[in-house]
Design a protein around this ligand. Structure first.
Ligand code: FAD
Ligand code: N01
Length: 535
């Protein structure tokens, strides 16, 4: 047992060394605060450290999916593709760590298991899996929205004789599937990126699909050095324009507010076709009502289904690959050759929508009474998103109330950053912030800057503790719901409303509208931190 005087003590403990934790460290350390980052992995990068599956890449363009806080950094870093692949994004994270000498304050291979608020000292006692305890006035959870893999409870999974991989926990050494019989379970963004790459390696590939998803082409390509140069010459302007976009990115997506009903069928077809060719999220930016009106949405959904039928040779297979839910209601997928891959003779779609996977045997996967013999299984089964990482930690706020009790009915967080009953504690990209509906690096920068300002304000005023008021928190949760209700997000089962995890409360967990969110965060400050109580 470590005595109180031997406890390592900090101003701020940051948990997680992804883009959120790295920028928190940089920014708070610049303020002269003593900061320690605790990270479960062996190095920086978070998402890009863990998700090393073939094909992993971003779908917000590289020039935008990057930090803006340092002009030197954004000028010196050279991206090679329109959408950077995982190894390049990881190299970027490592470069940031080197450039700003971040690692000296990061403790790797350390998982935080518990944190308890101590009323007497107005500080947090944080415990780690190596049995250590640390004390800090503030805790910043930069634990990620998509950092806890969802491993489905399929009977017999442990008995499988071959290798089992999860896309979100991919090995560091290269895995080659040439000549192997590989089963991919899941058809979300991760599978949609991985399937074409694994198929190309020559595996005999079985894709187990429960529900198809809409995917639009990335139209990825090498980044023209001249284009890159011209972006860099006007980087500040691009970043500023992006801050005005609904997701904090994509000012070049030619967003239009027009209604689909105001254009003729020919005009609509031309518009969708143009956007299909542009690639990525441009597809849903052509009309203002696609995500608000179910009938309008059908036009976009029909267009994608027609595309699937054009691309996939076998019409029955094309039918199976065609989704029928609201497009954009689950996160849109962005691919390179996903649908086309199903024309390959080595790729087989196994429909498990009506006959779920019954069990896994040592030899393979059983569904519909048939066993599919396999050498490897890839779980592309997603994450316990948004709240999963925090709910796995024993966090106790005032009077020993746990985060699990607090969020039993679903998560609430004022501004998506603070929780009533949990003083001096901040979440980055927490529930109730734009997080997964935005360019998450931009959202991270905004959150961290806001937190930094709040801590600075407290130091100036000599406050020891800050805490969200319950009423403000409830009003914020109502606002998050009201905004989401104005869109079609409630219309399907998705991880961002908790539907992929059994027993998880259902609620749409992101704040819709990045610029409005930023305005409200700023307004709270202008009003002397309205909705907060200081001690
Ligand atoms: P993370 O990167 O998830 O980092 C969290 C870190 O916390 C992890 O390293 C984890 O090990 C650590 N951690 C968690 N719990 C503990 C604990 N108890 N103790 C110690 N350490 C802990 N977003 C976009 O905006 N655009 C994209 O194109 C995009 N592409 C994506 C592609 C993939 C494959 C995935 C999975 C996500 C993608 N995202 C994208 C979302 C992505 O998660 C964010 O953009 C961003 O990287 C999140 O950074 P973060 O620091 O908040 O969290
Ligand atoms: O996870 P998902 P993901 N039997 O939850 C299926 C980001 N990301 O890792 O739809 C059979 O989307 C499940 O089926 P169903 C991005 O935000 C971005 O792919 O529930 N199937 C589904 O098909 C993304 O949205 C990129 O019926 C089972 C799949 O597993 C988020 O991360 C790339 C099953 C899970 O899909 C998550 O994406 C990758 C079972 N028992 C990730 N259990 C970019 O391109 C689950 N499934 C930027």
């Amino acid at each position: 047992m470590v005595s109180e005087s031997e406890l390592q003590s900090f101003d701020v403990i940051v948990v997680g060394a992804g883009f959120g934790g790295m920028y928190s460290l940089y920014r708070l350390r610049e303020r002269g605060l003593r900061v320690r980052v605790l990270e479960a992995g062996t190095d920086v990068g978070g998402t890009w450290y863990w998700n090393r599956y073939p094909g992993a890449r971003c779908d917000v363009e590289s020039m935008e999916y990057s930090y803006s806080f340092s002009e030197e950094l954004q000028q010196e870093w050279e991206w090679t593709e329109r959408y950077a692949a995982q190894p390049e994004i990881l190299r970027y994270a490592e470069h940031v760590a080197d450039r700003f000498d971040l690692r000296k304050d990061i403790q790797f291979e350390t998982r935080v298991t518990a944190a308890a608020w101590d009323e007497e000292s107005s500080s947090w006692l944080v415990r780690t899996d190596d049995g250590a305890a640390l004390r800090a006035r503030f805790v910043v959870w930069a634990t990620g929205c998509l950092s806890v893999p969802n491993v489905p409870g399929i009977d017999g999974l442990d008995s499988f004789a071959g290798e089992v991989y999860h896309t979100g926990r991919w090995p560091h050494e290269e895995v080659n599937f040439r000549g192997r019989r590989v089963g991919v379970i899941g058809t979300g963004s991760s599978a949609i990126q991985a399937v074409p790459m694994i198929a190309e390696q020559g595996a005999e590939l079985y894709v187990f699909q429960r529900q198809p998803n809409y995917s639009v082409p990335a139209n990825n390509r090498p980044l023209d050095p001249e284009v890159q140069q011209s972006v860099k010459e006007n980087y500040t302007a691009l970043r500023e324009e992006n801050l005005l976009q609904p997701g904090g990115f994509g000012s070049k997506l030619q967003r239009r507010a027009v209604s689909v009903f105001d254009e003729s069928p020919e005009e609509r077809e031309r518009e969708f076709e143009k956007r299909w060719k542009m690639g990525g999220f441009a597809f849903l930016a052509g009309y203002g009502d696609l995500l608000r009106d179910e009938k309008a949405n059908q036009y976009a959904a029909d267009f994608v289904r027609r595309k699937i039928h054009e691309i996939v040779d076998d019409p029955e297979l094309a039918d199976l690959l065609s989704p029928h839910h609201i497009i954009g209601c689950r996160r849109l997928c962005v691919d390179t050759d996903y649908y086309r891959t199903f024309n390959r003779p080595n790729v087989h779609l196994v429909d498990v929508s009506t006959d779920p996977i019954e069990r896994i045997t040592p030899q393979g996967v059983v569904t519909g009474g048939k066993e599919y013999p396999l050498d490897d299984i890839i779980l592309a089964t997603g994450f316990d998103a948004m709240t999963g990482a925090l709910l796995r930690i024993d966090i106790q706020g005032r009077s020993g109330v746990s985060i699990q009790e607090k969020w039993r009915e679903g998560p609430k967080a004022y501004l998506g950053m603070t929780i009533a009953g949990f003083p001096n504690m901040f979440t980055i990209n927490g529930p109730g912030s734009p997080s997964v509906l935005s360019n998450m690096i931009t959202a991270i920068e905004q959150n961290v800057d806001w937190i930094d300002d709040c801590i600075t304000y407290m130091r100036e005023k000599g406050y020891a503790a800050v805490e969200a008021e319950s009423q403000a928190e409830t009003a914020w949760a109502d606002r998050v719901k009201e905004l989401a209700d104005g869109f079609l997000y409630g219309g399907c089962n998705s991880w961002w409303s908790g539907a992929n995890i059994e027993g998880k409360p259902r609620s749409f967990m992101a704040y819709v509208g990045f610029p409005d969110y930023v305005d409200r965060c700023n307004e709270v400050v202008e009003k002397g931190y309205a909705g907060f109580r200081f001690e």
